[in-house]
Ligand binder design. Structure first.
Ligand SMILES: [Fe+2]
Ligand SMILES: [Fe+2]
Length: 272
């Protein structure tokens, strides 16, 4: 059950206007509720792109072949570019990003391997919390492309219809690059799935990463997501996007012969 929120008459009018096609552009005066929600989402994306680039970076050196090192370097560059596009949108809204990034913990990674932090935050930043986990093996790097770049791709698809025009414009290139990253994951899941030894390890690591990626779609008890939909900052709730994501994963896992682990949202550690 979603928690009920109460909205003012102005908020309800804003939802109605947005439903009828109202948009905002750079420099436009924004209602406080809209601005706060937009800032939350942009900070979450900017910090996730940046910490994502930092998490992938060691894999330029550790990738198995020269061709793969080039591909990983390309992915790292893409993620850092995504971060810079989003931080620019934040600066255009009056936020400070340069000192923030220089003084942040965005390179921080958990040392523990087999751990599940559920919905908890570890540091004082805004990243989606899967980016706190360490990418320990090449198989993890592949699963990150396969699972998280796909989850991000589905979430960003909604931004292609965003009511905030500069974000909508910025996301077009970002979205295409995320689709390339997830295709890299799909290609390698099939390669690793062919050899019984690498397949067994792929299954073992999928079991570890699965609840982590499912948690990215949030906790269905919150009502923030419904608000984002009302504001035209998302087109679908996380629960709907999660179902589409899971269906796609099911098809590939079936082809490769991998089992998707059980996931129980109510058993995930919650926010402190
Ligand atoms: Fe990205
Ligand atoms: Fe990506």
């Amino acid at each position: 059950m979603a928690t009920e929120r109460s909205y003012s008459q102005e908020d309800l009018q804003l939802f109605e206007d947005i439903k009828n096609g109202k948009t905002f552009d750079k420099g436009d005066e924004m209602p406080a509720l809209y601005k706060k929600s937009l800032l939350n989402l942009l900070w979450m994306q900017g910090d996730s792109e940046y910490s994502g680039a930092m998490g992938y970076m060691p894999w330029i050196e550790k990738a198995p072949t020269l061709a793969e090192k080039v591909l990983v370097a390309q992915i790292v560059k893409d993620e850092m570019r995504h971060a810079s596009v989003i931080y620019k949108l934040l600066r255009d809204m009056g936020e400070e990003t340069e000192n923030y990034v220089s003084n942040s913990d965005l390179s921080y990674k958990l040392e523990e391997d087999e751990v599940n932090i559920g919905f908890q935050r570890i540091k004082n930043d805004n990243r989606v919390n899967i980016f706190y986990y360490n990418i320990k093996y090449w198989t993890d790097f592949i699963l990150f492309n396969f699972l998280m770049d796909r989850a991000a791709g589905h979430q960003l698809e909604d931004t292609l219809k965003s009511s905030y025009l500069p974000w909508k414009k910025g996301i077009e290139g970002i979205y295409k690059e995320e689709v390339m990253h997830l295709a890299h994951g799909d290609k390698w899941v099939k390669i690793l799935g062919k050899d019984p030894e690498t397949k067994a390890f792929l299954q073992e690591r999928l079991n570890l990463w699965w609840p982590r990626v499912m948690n990215v779609f949030g906790n269905s008890k919150g009502s923030t997501n419904e608000l984002y939909v009302k504001l035209g900052l998302k087109a679908r709730t996380n629960a709907v996007v999660r179902d589409v994501f899971v269906k796609e994963i099911e098809v590939i896992c079936e082809q490769v012969g991998l089992t998707i682990p059980e996931y129980d949202e109510s058993k995930q550690p919650i926010k402190q």
